[in-house]
Ligand binder design. Structure first.
Ligand code: RIB
Ligand code: CA
Length: 359
């Protein structure tokens, strides 16, 4: 039976200026770029980073996250260890995509260690301590966020904004025909989160904003972008006449850029093999960029749910554009985005870090 389209939620008010961010990661190669981007961004107060298993196991995610933040000159940022496995199924990692250590061909040797707080403790305690101030950006499975809303059902009301890299709504998935990796790893967690938001938005919670592959795959980085970052930092990489693959084994003059080069070289090899181009979709940093500047994407309110019962469709994210689900709006789904514009900003941030590190 058809029902009226969902009532539009009240407009989201996002005051300009500095934002207090918590990033939830499964550091991975594109998670690494998201961490570098946030660390370099002048309008970001990076409150903390929470980690969960996904691309690699959670202890490797902690190791990678600590290492990337130290490379960015931010060893002060609290890193909390989170979910070691999904809510309701065995952990599946993806070494073929991000490499056995999660950072491709790059090697990290962090000096620091994880916080004594768990990811759930950090999310709940910080949201309660500063209600309405924290913007959470998730870029891995939603295992931590699911556990946090079970611990604190009012969490959606205590967070200023939540942006999720996850799902696919109008184009092919990267795990199954209609399934994206972050949701695939822990679909039960996604169900918990989406349903919690459906019960919280009528009480004033801001709907989640979900950026799926439809939009994040417009965010493509290539070897030339790393060369541009090096030159913008005033470095002078010896890349004249080199092929892209040769660039990706050439010193770029900065530890940050050489890390990004070695991490991305693995990602480029993966995309060359599976997607037919020598570059990479960098999903996660685009979501951080959009959380800081929502004008980078176009998003529409709807009800999102996730399939849990199909052989090939478990993990499919379903946007109810025509009002079949008789439920309150729980999410804004990004339907378009300017990934190319975002990559220009990422390049500028990498150059800033390189300038600082090289300076
Ligand atoms: O499907 C893309 C997502 O899966 C990204 O977050 C990437 O890091 C992987 O975790
Ligand atoms: Ca990720």
């Amino acid at each position: 039976m058809r029902r009226p389209r969902h009532a539009e939620p009240p407009p989201v008010v996002r005051p300009p200026g500095r934002q207090r961010l918590v990033l939830d990661v499964d550091t991975g190669i594109d998670d690494s770029l998201a961490l570098l981007y946030a660390a370099a961004h002048p309008d970001v107060d990076l409150v903390a980073v929470t980690t969960c298993a996904g691309n690699v196991d959670v202890d490797q995610v902690v190791h990678n996250t600590l290492g990337v933040l130290e490379l960015a000159g931010r060893p002060d940022v609290e890193v909390a260890r989170g979910a070691a496995h999904p809510v309701g199924r065995a952990l599946e990692t993806t070494p073929e995509t991000h490499g056995p250590t999660g950072t491709g061909h790059a090697v990290l040797s962090p000096a620091g260690s994880a916080s004594p707080r768990t990811a759930v403790q950090l999310l709940v305690e910080e949201a309660r301590r500063t209600p309405g101030e924290i913007t959470l950006v998730t870029m891995g499975p939603l295992s931590n966020l699911a556990a946090a809303v079970l611990a604190e059902p009012d969490l959606p009301l205590l967070l200023r904004d939540v942006w999720v890299m996850g799902g696919t709504f109008a184009q092919a998935g990267n795990v199954h025909p209609r399934v994206e990796w972050n949701v695939h790893v822990d679909p039960e967690a996604v169900r918990i989160v989406l349903h919690q938001w459906s019960s919280a938005t009528p009480r004033g919670a801001v709907p989640l904003t979900m950026m799926g592959l439809d939009v994040t795959e417009t965010s493509i980085i290539r070897a030339a972008d790393l060369v541009e970052a090096s030159r913008a930092a005033g470095l002078d990489p010896a890349v004249e006449g080199l092929t892209d693959a040769e660039v990706m084994t050439t010193p770029l003059g900065s530890p940050v850029l050489d890390f990004a080069r070695d991490a991305l070289r693995f990602y480029f090899e993966f995309h060359d093999l599976y997607d037919g181009f020598y570059g990479a979709h960098v999903h996660d940093p685009f979501v951080v960029g959009a959380a800081l500047d929502p004008g980078l994407v176009r998003a529409s309110p709807t009800v999102v749910d996730v399939e849990l019962g199909g052989q090939w469709t478990t993990g499919e994210t379903i946007a109810d554009w025509r009002g079949h689900f008789d439920k309150p709006v729980n999410a804004y789904v990004a339907t378009a985005g300017d990934g190319a514009a975002y990559i220009r900003r990422l390049v500028a941030s990498l150059a800033d870090l390189a300038r600082g590190a090289a300076g």
